[in-house]
Design a protein around this ligand. Sequence first.
Ligand code: SF4
Length: 351
Amino acid sequence: MQRTTMRRDIRTLKPEDLSQLVSDLGQPAFRAKQIGEWLFQKNVRSFDEMTNLPKALREQLAERYSFSAPTETARQVSRDGSRKYLLTFSDGTAVETVGMPRRNKLAVCISTQAGCAMGCAFCATGMSGLMRSLSAREMVDQVLHVADDFNERVTSVVFMGQGEPFANFDATVEALRMLNDPDGLAIGARHLTVSTCGIIPSIRRFAELPEQFTLAVSLHSAVQETRNKLMPGVKKFTLLRLHETLQLYTEKTGRRPSYEFAMIDGVNDTRPEMEALVDFCAGTLCHVNLIQLNDIPSSPLKPSPQEKVERLQHLLEMHGVETTIRNSRGQDIDAACGQLKQRFAVKKAGE
Ligand code: SF4
């Protein structure tokens, strides 16, 4: 019976693994840097493209390793220039990624899991449950795909697509470091933002990292009962404990977390809700991003009127809380926050 050997994807190797590999192959140390540049800066898809390596070395690598970059199975382009991609990995798992160009900048929103187990009431992804967590390399691949497609340098990455990054903590941190690596994409740590719905032990671990990565917390209500309904996956991490943890985070890091607050008509835009948010934020280091909830046709939750969004901004600012009203990008292609969900409606790539 013929046996097939599974070759490991070379793109999963870390810089130290590459050093070990070239040493095992009896090659000089600088070859590791060359291979790393092809893999992480030039994003090549075959060993033949590594033209500064001797042919014999390329052949040795091809015998031992494979390439398994994701393939783009669908895409949509928004009127505002954002592009949403459905990227499929070699095991058939697909995730969504969004590229958002703006004035010489290119931001990418990546997924950290296929699906999500958190079940947030306002989120299209949460409705379909978790399929699996992604590896660090699969997260970085999403960024490389967008960079290639726009043929531009990616200037910032938000881990805000499908999934809860802190439910996949180690791979998320590994991906952050790969993106930040000066020999790789070299994206500044402050331009790498991880968004969590408030997993407290992971926020504590995040605070211990030496890099200046940015933290965003999906808050969506500062009233416990409302938040439990909107975000049942973090019910056990109470607002009181979350508040304490965020204070520890700011003391430890000196950095300002941002709070995401999607405004939902009649749910979290009432006067008591607004006052609770002011109490949660006033006197602390934070920045609040107010977003009008994106409309998911099948959801009973609807966006607050613009006038209420502005009222809440005014109230927060009166209490010294810096607040921005954010416009979601890519709403017409369901790429905006909370709308990422694999749909059959997406156009096939190239159509
Ligand atoms: S909002 Fe984020 S954490 Fe909540 S269900 Fe959606 S993807 Fe998961």
